[in-house]
Design a protein around this ligand. Structure first.
Ligand SMILES: [Zn+2]
Length: 422
């Protein structure tokens, strides 16, 4: 679920201090360095294993001016999202249910009908918009990934295969299109040109319209040590304070906030609009963030050493299991898994193979560490003693799917917030 505008080039060079992607401020402090990492979604075919593999540094910084947490590196988005991008929203049952509930609520609360327009940015395979199509409500999907856009069209969801930003929004508005609802789920973090993105939201939304934005919550990331959600596709890690400041600079207002603590390790839904109508929920979150210290660099200071601790604990656990002659596989060939494996240096010496439900990934290899990827049925065929759950964000879903593996004596290992055997 990605959609970003192409960036004109590197945002900073070695001669100047990096500036904040949101406010342009230069009071940035780096609090985590994950080292040189391969692109997390750049899965390899067997023939590519001996070839060169680009690596990029991964550093995370806090902006003292607007509180936005962000990575400093900027890999061109075309390279990040279009060439190698194999994520299909419809492979997750939980996400489909969550999206459907949201769509049905919007239809009721906003009284959407045949004269309305619902736009989704990063509409992927149309998993969310099809709920509106079903009820005859006009929709427009926007997503630059051609395979996903084609799947959406096939499902009856008209989709523009483009990056979203101020330019596209201006063009749509010139064609007379204004959105009653704009949905932007798990996309704002993937946007290097954050200001153009938010400006575009303001241009496209109707005067009485609403924009709902979902992204993982930086407080959950820090508190639960979810460092493996930090990778080159995720430029920013948002708090309500950072979102509020960003929106206000573009004439938009953060009016309400919802928290989904178990969705993707902790997700917020921000309700934003061109009219200021700040509800209690938004006030509560903003005040709590001040009190808890999320708007100060202190909050992030210890994170690096905690991440380091997870790496050594996990390696110790896996090495001791190996020493006892146990076999280990892993579940989840997504960016999160790639980040964890590469940061910890876990390769085929420790983990025999990775399984994933996404059939497009079978037969390929994890970037950097070159572990082969198979379908989940491989777990029952091989019965590894342990499965490292890289996709811990889908823990309940995976455990339910793998009941037979568990019944036959298999065990799962979760890596965060601290490595342990379930
Ligand atoms: Zn800033």
């Amino acid at each position: 679920m990605h959609n970003v505008a192409p960036s004109p080039g590197s945002r900073h060079d070695s001669h100047t201090a990096p500036c904040c992607r949101s406010c342009g401020g230069r009071r940035m402090s780096v609090f985590l360095e994950l080292g040189e990492m391969p692109l997390p979604d750049a899965l390899l075919a067997a023939a590519e294993l001996s070839g060169p593999e680009p690596r990029f540094p991964l550093e995370v910084a806090f902006c003292a001016d607007c509180s936005l947490v962000q990575i400093l590196e900027e890999v061109p988005p075309e390279q990040l999202f279009v060439d190698n991008y194999l994520y299909f929203s419809s492979f997750s049952d939980g996400l489909i249910r969550h999206s459907r509930r949201h769509a049905l609520r919007l239809i009721e609360e906003r009284r959407l009908g045949r004269d309305s327009l619902v736009v989704e940015i990063a509409s992927n395979d149309g998993y969310l918009l099809r709920n509106f199509v079903e009820q005859g409500i006009p929709v427009l999907g926007i997503d630059p990934a051609p395979t996903q856009a084609a799947a959406a069209e096939e499902a009856g969801v008209p989709t523009l295969t483009e990056f979203f930003g101020a330019e596209l929004a201006t063009r749509l508005r010139a064609e007379g299109r204004r959105a009653d609802v704009i949905v932007a789920n798990n996309v704002m973090a993937h946007t290097p040109t954050l200001n153009s993105f938010v400006e575009g939201l303001g241009i496209l939304v109707a005067d009485d319209g609403v924009i709902t934005i979902e992204n993982t919550y930086v407080k959950d990331l820090i508190d639960h040590c979810e460092f493996d959600t930090i990778y080159h596709e995720h430029f920013c890690y948002f708090s309500c304070s950072a979102v509020d400041r960003l929106m206000r600079r573009h004439g938009l207002y953060l009016n309400a906030v919802e928290h989904f603590p178990t969705l993707q390790g902790g997700t917020l839904r921000w309700h934003v609009g061109p009219r200021e109508d700040v509800q209690l929920s938004a006030r509560v979150f903003l005040e709590a963030e001040e009190t808890q210290g999320l708007t100060s660099s202190e909050y992030y200071r210890e994170f690096g050493s905690r991440v380091d601790g997870i790496r050594s604990d996990l390696l110790e656990l896996l090495n001791s299991l190996k020493a006892q002659g146990k076999s280990i596989a892993a579940y989840g060939a997504a960016a999160k898994g790639s980040t964890l494996l590469n940061y910890a240096g876990i390769d085929e010496g420790l983990v025999d193979f990775v399984v994933d439900r996404n059939v497009h990934k079978h037969g390929l290899f994890m970037p950097g560490v070159h572990i082969p990827i198979h379908g989940p049925e491989r777990l029952l065929e091989r019965m590894p003693d342990y499965v490292l759950l890289l996709a811990w964000n889908y823990r309940d879903e995976v455990m339910a799917q793998q009941r037979e593996y568990l019944e036959r004596g298999g065990r799962f290992i979760v890596p965060v917030p601290s490595p342990r055997i379930l």
